[in-house]
Design a protein. Sequence first.
Length: 329
Amino acid sequence: MINVIALASLSFRWRLSHDFAKRWQRVLRSIEKIQQAMAKQKYIADRAMATTVFLANALKKPILLEGEAGVGKTEVAKVMAQMLRTRLIRLQCYEGLDANHALYEWNYPKQILRIKLEEATHGSKDEVGKAIFGEEFLVKRPLLDAITSDSATAPILLIDEIDRADEEFEAFLLEVLSDFQITIPEIGTLKAKQTPFVVLTSNRTREIHDALKRRCLYLWISYPTFEREYEIIRTKVPRLGERLTAQICRFMQEVRQLDFYKRPGVAETLDWASALVALTKESLDRQTVEETLGCIFKYNEDVERMRGKQLDAVLTTTHGQQITMALSS
């Protein structure tokens, strides 16, 4: 009876894995299919992005996405997990991140409990030592979780903001990405059953080492063009009118030409668009913009710099170009 259940489970897992593999092949078989699949998840990918995803899958290479904060780098990994119906495993990098926090840790309370249990039953020291260093006592962190994943399809491994981590961790990561295997002294070497689809992001607060860049397919994500940003807003905030959408895009295009400590990205554009919907606005005016500058800028210096003549100039250009576009149409 047990064998029948085991065989049925194995058969089910094989069919599930086969179905997911067919889905991967269907979604990732062409650049156009990738653009369509990402659009269904409300991510407007340009051809360069879709080409990079296609090649990363074909060549089994990680993707390194660089660009200003808020341009949609992290969203790429999230969208891919959704469109491929697979797990998203995220490693958020920060200063001081080390291998223990990225790979694994031992569950010390559970180990101590097991030691006391073995002592109570008069277990030998050798038996206790072997018992407490089994896989059941491992606390899997993102990298080990991705490598040992037994899901039907390969997971998406997002290594977010790698530029925040130290160079020592970057060197360690390069070693892991080279072989997709991890050696745990007490257990042995664990090798990936299926290679994760890896996406690294960087805000370029420091330069990433050339060795890691060579391991990856590289793509710089710029601020979107007027047309692409317009399409993004219409997709993400459909309740916003066409006229106001165009005004927002033109306003943002002008703002990004100016000197600010932190220029607004697409994330700020979408926040602002959603705020204007909540305020039931149909057009941009000076008072509305002043009251909602907190959606656009995240530093007081930038907010103060925007107020005054600079705001008037941007609004004049925004409305002037809007009139020109209306007349030409």
